[in-house]
Design a binder for this molecule. Sequence first.
Ligand code: ZN
Length: 112
Amino acid sequence: MSAFSLKKPKKTCDDQNCPFHGTLSIRGRVLEGVVISAKMEKTAVVRRDYMNYMPKFRRYERRHSHIPVHNPPCINAKEGNWVKIAECRPISKTVAFSVVEKLEEKRGGGKS
Ligand SMILES: [Zn+2]
């Protein structure tokens, strides 16, 4: 946790895989995305939109990816939340990221 300056969530939890209150250490990439599903227990799916440059046409194409992330109870991100996620050790077969911060509800939406 020393290399990162992340806001600690207000709530606390007793989740072993929580980057703030458990033993999970985060390292590697830090990304942002929007939660598209939070139906699983302590797991959410984050969609990330990005541009990919295609040299043949010298243009960008829109791409997106779905990243399964760990959703600790103290953060408890909901569908539609914009979140910051950080890479960690693999928690399960597909999950190797954890939500570390809930950002504003929607980015670039009608609400200012
Ligand atoms: Zn926690």
